[in-house]
Write a protein that binds this ligand. Sequence first.
Ligand code: CA
Length: 411
Amino acid sequence: MNATNDPGLRSWLAVDDSSDFPIQNLPFGMFTTGDDQEPRAGVAIGNQIVDLLAVHRSGVMSFPSEAMLRGSLNSLFAFGAEPVRRRVSELLTAGNKELSRVPNRGMVGMAAAELHMPFTVGDYVDFYSSEQHATNVGRMFRPDDPPLLPNWRHVPIAYHGRASTVVVSGSPVTRPNGQRPGPDGPTFGPSRKLDIELEVGFFTGKPTALGQTIAVDDALDHIGGVVLVNDWSARDIQAWEYRPLGPFLGKSFATSTSPWVVTTQALAPFMVEATAQEPEPLPYLNAKPNLALDLTLQVELNGSLITGTSFRDMYWTMAQQLAHAASNGTAIRVGDLYASGTVSGPERNQFGSLLELSWNGSEPIEIGDGTQRTFLEDGDTVRITGWCQSDHGPKIGFGECVGTVVPAVDY
Ligand code: CA
C-alpha cells in the first residue's frame, strides 16, 4: 500500500463514483484516436485517458524515448510502470496544475478512443486452478473416476495456449470449425458446443533469463498487472482431441482480454489470505503469506446476468502459478499472459462456463429474453466485468471483456 491507494485521494478531474477508474486505480492501456495507425500508451481515469505521449512531449513527464510509448506496453512495463503510475497520480491529484501546460490537459475522452491489445503477448499459459471447476469437469468428462486427478492438489496444472489469437475485448469471435465426435465417428464442421470460460489473467512485468527461477514470495513483484480473460472453448472439439496431450484447437481460436491492465500496486489493498491448502504445497510453492485477490466477477449473456463469483477462492494463487511456471528455469518475458483457468464458485449460479451452468448441455439455462441456452449461438454477446471494492472505499474496476460470436466460415 502506498499513497496512490489512499481512499481519501481526490482528483481535480470529476470522476463518477460508479466509475471503474478512480484515481486510486490508474490502469494502463493502448489506444488510438481518429485515423491513428499506431496505438499509444495511456492511463485511464474516469471517462478519460491520460495520453502519455502528449504528456511526454510537453515535458511534464519524461520517458527515455517516444518508442517506449508506442505499439504495446511491453517496453513501458520493462522500464517500470509503477513510477509512471505514481507520477500520473501526482499530476491528477486535486490542486496539481502541471497538466494545464499540456494541450487538452493531456486527456483524450474514452468515447473517442479505440482500445487495443495492451501487450504484445510472447507466450500464453492457461492454468486450471479452481477446485470447483476442475471437480465439475472431472465429474462430466470422467464420470467413473475420482473428479480430481491425484496430482491436482500438488501441482498447478496448465497448458501452453496460443499467443497469436489473444485478442482485445470487442474483437469478434468466429465460431471454429473442427472435428466433432459422433456415434459414427468424427465429422468436420462448425463447433456445436461453443462456450466461454470466465478467467482472470496477469501479464508479467519483469523478465527472467533462461535458467533463472522466481521465488514464490517474490512472484507478485514480477506481475505487471491483471486483466479479465474469456478463454473461449469449443467443447465438442476439446472433448475429442484432448486426450492424451491436452487442449489444442478447441481453445486456440480465440482468447479475449480486457484492455486496461490494473497494476498489482492498485490491487495491493485487495490481496487477502488465500484458502488453506491441504496437503501443504511443496516448499517452492509454499508462499508465506499466500495471497489471493479479492475480485468480484460477473458474466452477462446478451445483457442478462448468467453467473457471478469471486476470484479469491481459487485454490492456486497467482504467485504460486508464476513461481511454478518459472520453476524449471524457462525464461519469462515481459508481456507473457498467464490466465487462471475457469473461475467457478461452489454454487450452481457461480459456475464460470456454460459447460458447467448447463451441465454439458443437459440442463439449459434461461436468459433474460425468455430464450434458453446450453452453449453459445451465433450473434450472442458475452460480457465479463470485475471489480475490487472494500466497504465504502473506491471501486478498482477492470472495465469489460466483451465478445460477440460470428458464424463459422465455410470450409
Ligand atoms: Ca481455460
